[in-house]
Ligand binder design. Structure first.
Ligand SMILES: O=P(O)(O)OC[C@H]1O[C@H](O)[C@H](O)[C@@H](O)[C@@H]1O
Length: 287
């Protein structure tokens, strides 16, 4: 394990059992993850400035304690805040986090992160990053207060793909989703998901495994999930790519976000003293 900087951000780089992982302290954001002999598994923008206070475009930003626009969240969750201009994706992705524990042996490396200050946060988030023969991210919530707390969240994972036109997502068949590109209407997924334009959907009632089949790179990425039944699937396609910060005009062709989440009616309500854990493990195999 070694420390390094990317732009103005402090990071750690880990090499373990044929894998390379880079994590920024800011936001406890995984930036890079690659397995020897494979293309990157996690996508990272080549237009990134790595600035304090600004979420890095790519990697795995932690969206917490709300996902997306606050106004798209359940009313009980919105009512917890009186901010004039609440940021998209919550409060912590541009904050400094601290490494509060770390462990390394021959089998695994584990790093545990928490925001440097939780005083202004509604609960306490902890991100555990575990690298054994694969990468597992686990987002833990604890409500230490005396009132219930509503939270929506996502591990906003940007996956690297060979060509988005030749990608399909398996495991969604029959699942309901809300389509942000269709006036937030509800639909039901029929068959595998393929990509033919801007895609921004919130899926519900998911199974605990999804697969990204990448025909160009002949690779399947499997996501094994616990503590979550929802995910956001996003590709900005042509026009939105031009409007996005830190994002090349053609970058949409080589990325896909599947964001393990607790959104919409899958949002969390933590009773006083309650804890919750949501985890996702990324495994690859040849197609
Ligand atoms: O630009 P950001 O705030 O990082 O958001 C990037 C994207 O995140 C999610 O996937 C949302 O569903 C999209 O609507 C949004 O464009």
């Amino acid at each position: 394990m070694q420390t390094l900087t990317r732009g103005e951000l402090d990071c750690v780089e880990i090499h373990h059992r044929g894998q390379r992982l880079v994590i920024a302290d800011q936001g406890a954001q995984v930036l890079e993850y690659q397995r020897d002999g494979e293309p990157p598994l996690i996508w990272l923008s080549d237009q990134e400035g790595y600035r304090p206070g600004q979420s890095v475009r790519g990697g795995v930003p932690v969206c917490w304690p709300w996902f997306g626009a606050l106004t798209r969240n359940p009313a009980t969750l919105q009512a917890q805040y009186s901010l004039s201009d609440p940021p998209a994706h919550g409060l912590v992705r541009g904050l400094p986090w601290q490494r509060i524990r770390q462990h390394q042996d021959d089998q695994r490396v584990q790093l545990v992160y928490r925001p440097a200050s939780c005083a202004a946060l509604p609960a306490v988030p902890t991100l555990t990053v575990t690298l054994d023969d694969a990468l597992t991210l686990s987002l833990h919530n604890h409500n230490p207060g005396s009132s219930p707390v509503w939270i929506s969240q996502a591990l906003h994972s940007y996956f690297a793909v060979g060509d988005i036109h030749r990608v399909s997502v398996q495991g969604l068949d029959g699942c309901p989703y809300v389509d942000a590109m269709d006036d937030w209407q509800r639909h039901t997924q029929d068959a595998a998901l393929t990509f033919k334009g801007e895609t921004d959907r919130l899926y519900l009632s998911l199974p605990n495994q999804l697969h990204i089949d990448d025909a160009r790179w002949q690779r399947r990425i499997s996501l094994s999930v616990s503590g979550s039944r929802s995910a956001v699937i996003w590709n900005p396609w042509v026009d939105k790519s031009r409007r996005l910060s830190q994002f090349a005009d053609n970058a949409w062709q080589g990325m896909l976000c599947i964001e393990t989440a607790r959104v919409l009616e899958d949002a969390l309500c933590l009773a006083p003293g309650e804890q919750h854990e949501m985890a996702v493990r990324f495994v690859t195999e040849a197609l």
